[in-house]
Design a protein around this ligand. Structure first.
Ligand code: PEP
Ligand code: MN
Length: 283
């Protein structure tokens, strides 16, 4: 083999996630029979953090009626400052389980450490690995041994190849139900919280069979940018979007500036319909 070809091959050393290994796009089945990666665009919506029963239930009732397919809500929050709200932890997990019981919708929440994987897996339908943990290999190995789908967020400084290799860790440990998530990367740009790298969507689609969703909330950090970027994500071929929604965004304990209020979320859901249709998908 010639040098340059070998370098390309060595750098592409993900296998199980690749299109060569599996040509058909993976469709990830969730506990209620709902699927991510099929024709219907998954809309994962809910508050950044579970704050109270009322906040969560008000939000869930609204996003469900507006057409959300999966409920998000952080119980264990990875905060930049140790003095910021860290989440309701187990109480938050219990509230999420109650949401599933009441609505029948699957719930997703973050697991931050290996010690909590079994606990979180006993309450959640999808385990979320956050941007700060994309390369926490013991955690990836551990969720690879769990029988629950995993949403793997791109590290804020990770390349697409590194994201795919992290997915490879999960799949090679036995769990093939991995959903990738673009949530923005760090660049020199300061007008947005992160830079949304939408080119990842067609790149992942060509290299991998895994579904990919886009999180315009963390990618932009700005409420007014969520709608245009969500539309762009769907137009680019994303399998879903993850959006933070709060009953009173200005009072949110976490990420209020990038959370949609109810009327903005409704508007987004309506405006996504023709965009999805234009690329042969449904909302
Ligand atoms: C989140 O979705 O709750 C979150 C903390 O996102 P990220 O890991 O992308 O910052
Ligand atoms: Mn958040």
């Amino acid at each position: 083999m010639r040098g340059i070809e070998r370098i390309i091959l060595e750098s592409n050393n993900f296998k199980l996630v690749s299109r060569e290994y599996q040509n058909n796009s993976s469709v990830i089945k969730l506990s209620n029979g709902y699927e991510i990666g099929d024709k219907k665009i998954a809309v994962i919506a809910g508050p950044c953090a579970v704050e109270s029963k009322k906040q969560l239930f008000d939000c869930v009732e609204f996003v469900k009626n507006a057409g959300a397919s999966v409920i998000r809500g952080g119980a264990f929050k990875p905060r930049t400052s140790p003095y910021s709200f860290q989440g309701l932890e187990k109480k938050g997990l219990k509230l999420l389980a109650l949401v599933r019981e009441k609505t029948g919708l699957p719930v997703i929440t973050e697991v931050m450490c290996t010690e909590n994987v079994d606990l979180v897996a006993s309450y959640a339908d999808i385990l979320q690995i956050g941007t700060r943990n994309m390369q926490n290999y013991p955690l990836l190995k551990k969720v690879g041994k769990v029988n629950k789908p995993v949403l793997l967020k791109r590290g804020m400084s990770a390349t697409i190849e590194e994201l795919l290799l992290s997915a490879e860790y999960i799949i090679s440990n036995g769990n093939s139900r991995v959903i990738l998530c673009e949530r923005g990367i760090r660049t020199f740009e300061k007008m947005t919280r992160n830079t949304l790298d939408l080119s990842i969507v067609p790149i992942v689609k060509s290299l991998s069979h895994l579904p990919i969703v886009v999180d315009p909330s963390h990618a932009t950090g700005k409420r007014e940018l969520i709608e245009p970027m969500a539309k762009a994500a769907v137009a680019a071929g994303a399998d879903g979007i993850m959006v933070e929604v709060h009953p009173n965004p200005d009072d949110a304990l976490v990420d209020g500036k990038q959370s949609l209020g109810f009327s903005d979320f409704s508007k987004l859901m309506h405006e996504l319909i023709p965009v999805a249709r234009a690329v042969g998908r449904e909302i």
